[in-house]
Write a protein that binds this ligand. Structure first.
Ligand SMILES: [Zn+2]
Length: 376
């Protein structure tokens, strides 16, 4: 049976002096033949299911054959996690700055060129070690040697990123509002998407926008491209560049389902078995039709009008052109106008998620859908 360690990481202080902390669980393997893994959950306050998945993973990992280190962090953002308003958890945006909590990670692309110049002839192993050190030093500088200070959200994000940079595989567990399961996957890691029991994958490119998954793989992808331009060809996803990170969207916010969490934990173990992190043959992906689309084809449909929404379209099932996604009730028009308005699209799509409330303003993001999708 594998033993795990538990530490409490301090990520900030409240006005009263109360410490903001997150628990950090870690399995250390005596072997180091496989990529190290970092998994976190609940960066957005209402997206709680990942905590249950980490619970199930901790239960199962104690009985796995571990080939690498695995670090797990539930309740990654204690401010967002406790950000309640009435019955609801808010916690998608820092209430003081309005910035999305998952857009505060750090990557400065200007470090790439000087690094490649300095290590143009270095071995692949040396590149891996030195570049990882560079990324960690960058974070260290931000956290410990910054006279001007950093925001509350940056302090939380950078502490988590320091853990993530020490791993090769990063899983950031989120949920949609009301949502089916879906996966954000870097294009070069497409083959890995087939090992998660998730029917819908969004393929993303090498664009850094401040999210955890991008903050982990974009530096390495950019490094690989810079080496390529200098005449050294490394393959992203292999050797020193064996770096993969995913945002795993586990379903709907404000919900914990421990049985579904067990399924999600098995899905993650299937991926980790494929990567050689756990040496247990029983963890295999389920057979299912997996659909994917590129990020540019993952589109939001904004409500054409205000009103009360009856969401009609079923998640995950292809919806023919012209079929209604939703109908919007306008009681103010009843008797002297149109009380019901149907919303549809002129192309076939796969609905993935919709807004969490039935009442919407004109311009509310109603649905997000896959367009131009294909089978993986
Ligand atoms: Zn989220």
């Amino acid at each position: 049976m594998n033993k795990f360690t538990k530490e409490v990481m301090s990520v900030g202080e409240m006005a009263s002096g109360a410490k903001l902390t997150v628990p950090v669980y870690a399995f250390k393997s005596e072997k180091s033949t496989a990529p190290n893994v970092y998994i976190q959950a609940n960066m957005h306050g209402a997206e709680v299911q990942g905590n249950a998945v980490i619970f199930q993973l901790l239960e199962l990992l104690q009985y796995c054959e571990l080939q690498a280190n695995i670090t797990l962090v539930p309740y990654a953002n204690p401010v967002a996690c406790n950000h309640k308003n009435g019955e609801y958890t808010l916690g998608r945006f820092d209430p003081i700055t309005g910035v999305n909590w998952n857009r505060m990670y750090h990557f400065d692309p200007s470090v790439i060129e000087p690094f490649v110049l300095q290590y143009i002839d270095a071995s692949e192993d040396e590149i891996k070690i030195k570049f990882q050190q560079l990324l960690l030093t960058e974070i260290e500088q931000k956290l410990e040697h910054n006279l001007w200070g950093i925001t509350t959200g940056q302090r939380i994000a950078y502490q988590l990123q320091r853990l993530a940079h020490q791993a090769d595989i990063v899983l950031d567990l989120h949920t949609g509002p009301i949502s089916s399961k879906h996966l954000y996957c870097p294009e070069y890691a497409k083959a890995s998407a087939e090992y998660f029991d998730i029917e819908h994958t969004i393929l993303i490119q090498n664009d850094f926008d401040g999210a955890m998954d991008e903050a982990t793989f974009c530096p390495w992808w950019s490094l690989q491209k810079a080496y390529q331009a200098s005449g050294r060809n490394f393959t992203m996803g292999q050797g020193a560049f064996k770096k993969e990170s995913f945002t795993v969207e586990l379903g709907s916010q404000e919900q914990i389902d421990l049985d579904v969490a067990k399924q999600d934990a098995l899905s993650i173990l299937s991926y980790l078995a494929y990567q050689g992190v756990v040496d247990n043959k029983q963890y295999q992906p389920q057979k299912m039709t997996r659909y994917a689309c590129y990020l540019k084809d993952y589109k939001a449909l904004y409500s054409p009008m205000g009103g009360m929404v009856d969401y009609l379209a079923e998640f995950g099932k292809p919806l023919a052109a012209g079929e209604p996604l939703a109908r919007i009730l306008r009681m103010d028009n009843y008797g002297d106008g149109e009380a019901l308005h149907y919303v549809s699209l002129e192309q076939k799509v796969i609905p993935i998620l919709h807004f969490a409330s039935a009442s919407v303003n004109q311009g509310t993001e109603l649905y997000k859908v896959f367009c131009n999708y294909f089978e993986l």
